[in-house]
Design a protein around this ligand. Structure first.
Ligand SMILES: Cc1cc2nc3c(=O)[nH]c(=O)nc-3n(C[C@H](O)[C@H](O)[C@H](O)COP(=O)(O)OP(=O)(O)OC[C@H]3O[C@@H](n4cnc5c(N)ncnc54)[C@H](O)[C@@H]3O)c2cc1C
Length: 839
């Protein structure tokens, strides 16, 4: 063997040993010892110029030096700490509170580059209690039966009185309130299930019920209220006698809610006939859900104390208070009209409204803590209500689209048979699987005491975006049937409601661009927050000790992620250990791979861009997408486990994981293409994609398998859409579509017989009914068979029909600007020339 080959082999051996040590995250000391022995062996037996060996020993000397902690701290860490302190962006209290809110759960594992799957797989499958199940089967079904979406959205622009009464009587507004105050005290899983079922029927009802069970007065009181406040308000909120709303948003402060201009000034005043120290409030809020009918207003404002009546500070910051809406100076009651989904939402103003100090939630000592309260509660709350509503709407769209595309024929075949329609159907079903998995598994974590801030942002963003895609696809496959509004339209209002979910509780563009990665990078990263806290510790010795420890652990972690990413990319992640065997194991392995690649890319992004990354929203958004894709794919795998791994559902799991992991790959690629530091981008590309982008999106064949699962009455279809209101009765389109689908399936042999007869020239008539008549006459079908096919055709046409109206029924005013039909043509033309407002 030539000397050159031997030299290369030795080099490869040293590289392999280094790679293994890094891949396995072996500690500094042990790694130093192993590499030392390797170098001794190389020096004694290996080939190569002495200068080369000297270089390796010099590098090794540096490694040895790192093992001397005092030397390392004083010579390396101390100067680095100085630089770090000077560049550490100063965080406002608001930002610090947002960053520290909530807990770190599975998201932390994904950020580690080496997820410990047992933390996810060990969690038991979620289960509703008997009481929760009874509530779903009883009062929730009853409510669904009472909901007539057209009446609500068009005729009344509100829910009818009996629906309001049912909601209050059955304490739908009190699902989060403990039993001791008269509430239902349901788990998050149950709240999501109730909302999803209702959302499949009416977005207005789901939004109305969602708000009091989300971030609002009850949640704030439960977490921060004084006992007196809880006793005063919670029983009324539970019984529905009190209607709550929470007002944060102002015309000048939407996404930047911490900039609210609304004020409260501590001063003396008269309340209930007595002179007291209280707060004089002035506000102008908009977009507030339930405000028009609220009796208790949760209000966020900035508190000032110029006369120092409650402390030394002039300004306390954002504060949250509870205010009865019947006080003097309050304007409330007008309504906004949210995209034809007329749930109660409107503005409110307050002019010099004087309230006692104990209106502050948690009492005067909680003055200035309003923002902290809100971000803490949002940390968990965003994972429940909006994702549940998206889940309910998407399940309903899947159930309806699967049946509708099977019973609707064009070009003489069901439209579900067309590949183009099939693509949309596969997306509808696959996306519904993803958001159902994400919602139920994350609710399970919440019910086990987690308050995962970053996953809740992931859920808010992705479930509402997936819901938007499902709504778009469902509209497309329904054609005009989805567009013509009226009592027979079961899609239009949900479609119209999509931007509402996208905008509320943190608008989606902001959530993707700033929050998911921005918060995740600090919160879920194993070292960044610890380094920041260590660096800002005023005790210098402790600061240096801690900073040194976390910094070197961080460096080891980054080297390990580089090694893991490179090795797993080279081997297509085939050698990484995962908790399952079989076809799904590959998805676990790819999540391991992307976890390491993502952690590496995140570190390099933070290192090279620093504070600039906050402004590079497109890069931060892409990193957030990679993180989200891994999170959602893990939820899909766990959900499949929780459902007992039904073999028939595998195509959905595969479609979901492939779609998500392909997105992870493409977003990493997009990050590298746009990375400002080209040298760093090149290094990252070598470590992340040494073999190029090899992961593929779901195949057409896989999509076709999914289409069959949802356009036939299968168990997978039932499992995917479980939890919808599907009682067969007039006015329930989902149940009627299912019945038509089942009948179509049952009568398909007869339909085939008829088609064969047409093809053979035995039946020549045109049109479905005429053909059935002709087939009966020709003896192709018996009288009974012909009747069954006629009944089916009528059943299908009932569902395909849309509504039409007299023009006067559509406007809110009887006078129409459109020319009357019976008028002379010439007059019509003349009328058209006139601008409508002058007509
Ligand atoms: C139907 C409905 C119900 C609501 N209910 C309530 C309620 O009960 N109580 C309450 O207090 N509020 C409520 N809101 C207000 C809601 O929270 C705000 O609408 C939301 O915070 C966005 O504010 P904005 O509409 O003013 O949009 P803007 O803040 O003007 O944002 C417009 C766009 O810019 C994007 N954007 C803004 N800043 C950034 C950034 N830094 N980076 C990237 N993108 C950015 C946003 O994502 C959005 O796409 C409701 C709103 C609606 C529509």
């Amino acid at each position: 063997m030539s000397a050159l080959v031997l030299w290369v082999l030795w080099l490869l051996a040293i590289f392999a040993i280094g790679l293994t040590l890094a891949y396995r995250r072996v500690g500094l000391r042990t790694s130093t010892i192993i590499l030392g022995f390797t170098l001794i062996a190389y020096s004694l037996f290996g080939v190569g110029y002495w200068i080369w060996k000297a270089l390796l020993w010099a590098l090794f000397g540096g490694l040895v030096a790192l093992n001397f902690t005092r030397f390392r701290r004083e010579q390396i860490t101390a100067p680095l700490l100085k630089i770090y302190r000077s560049i550490l962006p100063s965080l406002s209290d608001t930002e610090t509170e947002a960053l520290e809110a909530g807990t770190v759960w599975w998201d932390g594992e994904l950020f580690s580059g080496c997820p410990d799957w047992s933390k996810l797989t060990a969690m038991p499958a979620p289960r509703l209690s008997d009481e929760e199940q009874a509530f779903l089967d009883g009062p929730t079904d009853d409510l669904c039966r009472m909901l007539d979406d057209w009446e609500i959205t068009h005729v009344l622009a509100d829910m009818p009185k009996e629906v309001w009464a049912h909601i209050k009587k059955n304490r739908f507004f009190a699902m989060i309130i403990p039993k001791q105050y008269g509430g239902l005290e349901f788990s998050n899983l149950a709240i999501a299930a109730v909302l999803a079922k209702i959302a499949g029927r009416s977005t207005v009802a789901a939004s109305t019920i969602g708000v009091p069970n989300s971030l609002g007065p009850a949640e704030l009181l439960l977490n921060y209220g004084t006992e007196a406040q809880k006793d005063k308000y919670l029983p009324g909120l539970a019984s529905g006698d009190e209607i709550p709303c929470f007002a944060l948003t102002a015309p000048r402060a939407g996404s930047d809610a911490s900039a609210i201009p609304d004020t409260g000034v501590v001063c003396k005043g008269t309340y209930g006939g007595k002179e007291i120290t209280g707060i004089r409030l002035n506000w102008d809020k908009r977009y507030i859900t339930l405000a028009p009918i609220a009796t208790v207003l949760g209000l966020a404002f900035k508190l000032y104390d110029p006369d120092h009546l409650i402390g030394d500070k002039d300004e306390h910051g954002i504060t949250a208070a509870l205010i009865p809406t019947d006080l003097d100076g309050i304007t409330i009651g007008r309504r906004h009209f949210a995209l034809n989904n007329p749930f109660q939402n409107g503005p409110t103003q307050g002019k010099d409204v004087f309230v006692p100090l104990d209106s502050i939630i948690g009492g005067p000592e909680r003055a200035g803590q309003g923002w902290k309260m809100l971000v803490e509660l949002l940390a968990a709350g965003r994972a429940v209500v909006l994702p549940a509503n998206a889940m309910g709407g998407s399940k309903a769209a899947t159930y309806a689209s699967g049946a509708y595309t099977r019973i609707r024929n064009q070009f003489n075949v069901p439209i579900s048979h067309f590949e183009g329609v099939g693509e949309a159907l596969a997306r509808i079903a696959g996306n519904t699987y993803i958001l159902t998995a994400a919602s139920t598994v994350t609710c399970m974590a919440l019910d086990r005491g987690e308050k995962p801030a970053v996953p809740s942002a992931i859920l808010k963003y992705h479930c509402t975006e997936l819901g938007r895609q499902v709504a778009n696809d469902a509209m497309d496959v329904h054609g005009g049937k989805g567009i013509m509004l009226g009592p027979r339209n079961y899609l239009g209002r949900t479609y119209q409601a999509v931007p509402i979910a996208i905008t509320v509780e943190g608008a989606n563009i902001l959530t993707r661009s700033l929050i998911i990665f921005g918060q995740g990078a600090i919160r879920c990263h194993p070292f960044v927050l610890k380094e920041m806290q260590a660096a800002t510790n005023p005790d210098y010795d402790q600061s240096l000790r801690d900073f040194d420890r976390y910094l070197f652990e961080h460096i080891g972690y980054a080297i390990s992620n580089a090694a893991r990413s490179f090795f797993m990319a080279l081997t297509h992640a085939k050698l990484t250990a995962v908790p399952v065997t079989g076809s799904l194991a590959r998805f676990y392995q790819h999540i391991n791979r992307y976890s390491a690649a993502f952690a590496l890319a995140a570190d390099v992004s933070m290192l090279t861009l620093g504070g600039e990354l906050k402004r590079k929203e497109s890069l931060s958004g892409r990193l957030g997408d990679v993180f989200s894709a891994m999170y959602l794919a893990s939820m899909v795998l766990k959900h499949y486990d929780n459902q007992g791994r039904p073999e028939a559902d595998l195509p959905l799991v595969e479609w979901a994981c492939r779609t998500l992991l392909y997105q992870a790959q493409e977003q990493l690629h997009g990050l590298l293409r746009n990375f400002p530091n080209r040298l760093a981008a090149l290094g990252l590309r070598i470590l992340i994609f040494p073999r190029g982008r090899t992961y593929s999106a779901p195949s057409d064949a896989l999509g076709n398998r999914i289409v069959k699962l949802i356009t036939y009455p299968t168990e997978t279809r039932d499992r995917l859409c479980a939890g919808l209101y599907t009682t067969k009765e007039p006015g329930n389109p989902l149940a009627l579509l299912q019945a038509a689908l089942e009948a179509t399936e049952e009568l398909s042999p007869l339909d085939q017989k008829l088609r064969d007869a047409v093809r053979a020239g035995l039946v020549t008539a045109d049109g479905p009914m005429a053909r059935i008549d002709a087939a009966e006459e020709a003896g192709v079908l018996t009288a009974e068979e012909a009747k069954q096919l006629r009944d089916l055709d009528r059943q299908v046409m009932e569902l395909i029909d849309v509504d039409d109206f007299d023009g006067s029924e559509l406007g809110t005013q009887t006078r129409s600007a459109a020319p009357a039909r019976k008028k002379h043509t010439a007059k019509k033309k003349k009328a058209k020339k006139k601008p409508a407002h002058k007509a």
